[in-house]
Design a protein around this ligand. Structure first.
Ligand code: TYD
Length: 143
């Protein structure tokens, strides 16, 4: 049996929410609320209606994706099975393990997609071709 790369390893994580009449507050502490150390933070915003993002996988990167504002869909694909997440809360997000093909779409107006990442930006960590991704998942399954 090879290394198991499964979409079952990706799941929604609830974050602390401090409710206050002045406005709510959510926080994320390094590796306490999410299963990796954060080395990079980026966010998508001003996404035009009908646009999609992603369509790639990462060899080693762990990510945590939150709709801090608005909503969007995240489709994860491990090469065999797919899992769909609709993110529309500021106080939860989806953990994405390495070697998941991801596709983000259905962005609402004003949506902000916050991504916490386990590594700095490394282009060689990306797999941007779906056939190459499938071939890589088969190689991993042989390990
Ligand atoms: P990409 O990860 O392909 O975007 P998405 O998955 O959201 O569709 O990145 C888009 C561009 O931005 C690409 O040219 C690489 C660059 N980029 C950085 O320079 N640093 C980063 O941390 C990220 C995430 C992207």
């Amino acid at each position: 049996m090879g290394v198991v790369v499964s979409v079952d390893n990706c799941y929604i994580i609830e974050l602390p929410k401090i409710q206050d009449p002045r406005g709510n507050l959510t926080f994320i502490e390094n590796s306490l609320h999410i299963p990796f150390d954060i080395k990079r933070v980026y966010y998508l915003y001003d996404v035009p209606g009908g646009s999609d993002r992603g369509s790639h996988a990462h060899r080693n990167l762990h990510q945590f994706i939150v709709a801090v504002s608005g909503s969007f869909d995240v489709l994860l694909d491990d090469g065999q099975r797919k899992q769909h997440f609709h993110l529309n809360r500021s106080h939860n997000g989806v953990y994405v393990s390495p070697m998941m093909w991801r596709y983000l779409d259905n962005f609402s107006s004003g949506a902000v997609c916050l991504v916490l990442a386990s590594e700095k930006y490394i282009e060689s960590d990306y797999i941007r071709d779906y056939d190459e991704f499938i071939a890589a998942t088969r190689e991993i399954a042989k390990l």
